[in-house]
Design a protein around this ligand. Structure first.
Ligand code: PLP
Length: 408
């Protein structure tokens, strides 16, 4: 037998980064295997923090299982796509669309991957927020595109900087990604800023890609404006799913809605259809959860109310972070995260991944470095606000004590 040939990963993966489940998680798993208890604040996975799946969703999924063993239509089962249409009919001003404009996916993640693969040629540019949910950057790179990050302004509640977006447009720019409410910052974008983005997209004929997976997780008086409502004259893909609002991330169930004119984008949309066909279909039992979720009681409302668990946890995390000398945090208005800043004058951090690793080893709490969200400087961390308030407060106090004597 000839010697086994070395297998490296493909060069396509050179710029594909996903630190939320990166090396620090591997280190956390090792510590767990040694018998330590680790508080993992790295993923927005409600189930592991005691959030139960809504009963009617579980019931419908279980009841579907005996009949859901065949492939479905590549776009997804019709009742689920109809339920998505009905959901957006309740959304004032959302452009009309029909079930053929809906694609179900194994989570939003799969639909992001499909979209980028169908859209991009080598060197095509996509405007993506910094900081971002890093899958958008990773999948742009995997599809041979070039991610170009536009800055969101921490001094302005992390709203996108329209001037920066304008300055970064080139003849190769094809699309702009908006993540609202935002992961990792918790910002909810104002109507004016969204109108500004749409204006720029109109001027430069850009495709709008709007990730709205946290649109029902809002605090205080935050209001979510769906991007498509401001852009009925532009092609807009809106992404959403069950993972967060309905706390069933493990079911892997999401959707993508296509609105606006389509004639000019026939090739791209045929590409989406082709890729949807090649994946055959999303997991069918999880598709049955969509109709149950969208038409049932919206139990998320109680969790985000001022006395609700998610609201209390957001408050607790924010207050504990603000109490640490040299740490400041924009109060999250939505989503499930806080993104505090470590003042470089007080905390001299040159490598935020090392900070995360050192904190993990010392205090057994796993965070994600801000640079993992394509934030350029090592002065931020992301904390998941899903654990109970007392657990969050204690973990953040431990971070404060750790930082007090930490030097790099
Ligand atoms: N988009 C954003 C902004 C997210 O935060 C996440 C998960 O954390 C996803 C997409 C992926 O969601 P899904 O579970 O539907 O694949």
């Amino acid at each position: 037998m000839s010697p086994l040939r070395t297998l490296d990963q493909s060069s396509k993966l050179k710029n594909v980064l996903y630190e939320i489940r990166g090396q620090a998680l591997a280190a956390a798993d090792e510590l767990e295997a040694e018998g330590h208890t680790i508080l993992k604040l790295n993923t927005g996975n409600p189930a592991i923090f005691g959030f139960e799946a809504p009963f009617q969703i579980v019931r419908d999924m279980i009841e579907s299982v005996p009949y859901a063993h065949g492939y479905s239509d590549s776009r997804g089962i019709l009742p689920a796509r109809r339920a998505v249409v009905s959901r957006y009919e309740q959304e004032p001003g959302f452009p009309q669309f029909d079930p053929d404009d809906v694609y179900l996916g194994n989570g939003v993640s799969e639909l992001i991957t499909m979209t980028m693969q169908a859209l991009l040629d080598e060197g095509d540019e996509v405007l993506i927020p910094a900081p971002d949910y890093p899958l958008w950057t990773a999948m742009t790179s995997l599809a041979d595109g070039t991610p170009v990050h536009y800055v969101c302004d921490s001094e302005d509640g992390w709203q996108p900087d329209l001037e920066d977006i304008r300055a970064k447009i080139t003849p190769r720019t094809k699309a702009i990604v908006v993540i609202n409410p935002n992961n990792p910052t918790g910002a909810v974008y104002s109507r004016e800023v969204l109108q500004g983005i749409v204006e720029i997209a109109r001027e430069h004929s850009l495709l709008l890609l709007s990730d709205e997976i946290y649109d029902r997780i809002l605090f205080d008086d935050a209001r979510h404006v769906p991007l498509a409502t401001l852009a009925p004259d532009l092609l807009c893909l809106t992404f959403n799913g069950l993972s967060k609002t309905y706390r069933v991330a493990g079911y892997r169930s999401g959707w993508m809605v296509i609105t606006g004119p389509k004639q000019h984008a026939r090739g791209f949309l045929e590409g989406i259809q082709l890729l949807a066909s090649t994946r055959l279909c999303p997991n069918v039992p999880a598709q049955h959860a969509v109709q149950a979720a969208l038409s049932g009681v919206q139990s998320i409302d109680a969790l985000i109310a001022p006395t609700g668990r998610l609201h209390e946890q957001r408050d607790a995390a924010w207050a504990a972070l603000e109490a640490i000398p040299g740490v400041s945090c924009h109060k999250p208005q939505g989503a499930l995260y806080a993104f505090p800043r470590l003042d470089p004058e007080v905390h001299e951090i040159h490598d935020d991944s090392r900070l995360v690793y050192d904190f993990l080893v010392a205090e057994h709490v796993l965070l994600v470095p801000g640079t993992g969200f394509n934030w350029a400087t090592p002065d931020h961390l992301r904390i998941v606000t899903l654990p109970e308030a007392r657990v969050l407060t204690e973990a953040i106090e431990r971070l404060g004590n750790f930082l007090a004597s930490y030097r790099q």
